[in-house]
Design a protein. Structure first.
Ligand SMILES: [Mn+2]
Length: 368
């Protein structure tokens, strides 16, 4: 049976250097899903372009090869302006996860994520038929009949593109644009966490992708709260040796922490950036490093301890801590613990942070 043979590939697929199943992986997935009436595609909360592109690409594969329809879901809302632009420009029809009717004859396929990562709101009793992902240390894949996790790849969209290529299926302009942007956005920054397979997929997709839509997505216009949070974060950024820590305060949307971390890591005097802020009753954290082998995901897990959840890749990580209280003193307590743990994890001596922007200059510019 396809299910058991796919599960047998689990060990090799954890190692990114291998090609689990080789040419046969997409065949096995299609075979595994052949008896279902349709497919429900799910991803992590606040789906990013890699999640959206992967879901779109797989829906296209299932439609073309199995003649089956897929429901593409959205867990939580999409905050980043570029990601909203992607949904709008490509006219992606997303069903809010809370509106999904879970039926036994529909296969639930999870992309760019794994169960039990704390990054889902799908009910616990929903059975996952397949996982297609590139995250190294994540939740549990136990008991899931089809697992293709290739931690060596830069993006899940790369894996989905390989499936399309295996099946000799040329992507439509919309699908190619989505997959291309999914890979490209996942590999931004320097150094890139990319492999020759990621670049190969980009090269293949580029010929089919709409360059105008790509440009429109990348230059998405930004709302006022973006600038308000940015200035709050810049005014509350402190340098500790090769680390910059920034307090962004209330986040208009949870992805703002990552957007600011992406910006701060470009500061030439630091190797690590940590940004946190409050969204609803959660402390949202984002970490970036310029170290290619920084193991940012593991580092953030170490920093967060059992206060909350964290995960990520070598250069990027994110996490959240549920808050009992958002009173200033409660927030200050958690920030103190995080600062101590972070300095410890990065081998930086306890010290007073240096402001990125001196207080005197802040006051002068306000008065001016
Ligand atoms: Mn991804």
């Amino acid at each position: 049976m396809a299910a058991s043979s796919a599960a047998g590939k689990q060990q090799t697929s954890k190692n990114g250097d291998h090609e689990p199943g080789g040419q046969g992986t997409s065949h096995k997935l299609l075979e595994h899903l052949a008896d279902y009436k349709g497919i429900i595609l799910v991803s992590h909360v606040h789906p990013d372009p890699d999640s959206l592109g992967s879901m779109l690409g797989l829906a296209y594969l299932f439609k073309k090869k199995l003649k089956k329809n897929s429901v593409i879901t959205r867990d939580g809302f999409i905050g980043r302006a570029e990601n909203q632009a992607m949904v709008r420009c490509l006219d992606i029809d997303l069903k809010p996860i809370e509106d999904v009717v879970w039926k036994d004859n529909y296969a639930v396929v999870m992309v760019d994520s794994q169960p039990n990562t704390g990054r889902h709101t799908i009910p616990d009793d929903v059975e996952i038929a397949a996982i297609i992902d590139h995250h190294e240390f994540s939740g549990t894949t136990k008991g899931v009949p089809f697992v293709d996790v290739r931690a060596g790849l830069g993006a899940t969209c790369t894996l989905v593109t390989k499936y399309l290529m295996e099946q000799k299926l040329d992507p439509s302009e919309e699908i190619a644009t989505a997959l291309f942007y999914g890979i490209e956005s996942e590999l931004t920054g320097y150094p890139r966490e990319a492999t020759p397979q990621d670049d190969g997929a980009l090269l293949y997709l580029y010929q089919y992708a709409s360059k105008d839509l790509l440009a429109e997505i990348k230059s998405a216009r930004l709302p006022l709260p973006y600038f308000e949070t940015l200035i709050q974060a810049l005014q509350n950024s402190f340098i500790y040796d090769h680390l910059i820590m920034s307090w962004a305060g209330d986040l208009a949307q949870p992805e703002l922490a990552a957007e600011i971390a992406d910006f701060l890591i470009r500061f030439e005097e630091v190797a690590w950036a940590f940004v946190c802020g409050v969204y609803e009753n959660n402390l949202i954290m984002s970490v970036r490093t310029v170290n290619a082998k920084g193991r940012a995901g593991e580092l953030l897990q170490e920093v967060v301890e059992d206060l909350g959840k964290a995960g990520g890749h070598d250069r990027r990580a994110g996490g959240s801590i549920p808050l009992d209280s958002t009173a200033p003193s409660a927030l200050e307590n958690i920030r103190t613990i995080l600062r101590k743990n972070l300095l410890n994890a990065l081998d930086i001596d306890e010290q007073r942070g240096q402001r990125l922007v001196a207080r005197r200059e802040l006051l002068e510019s306000i008065q001016g």
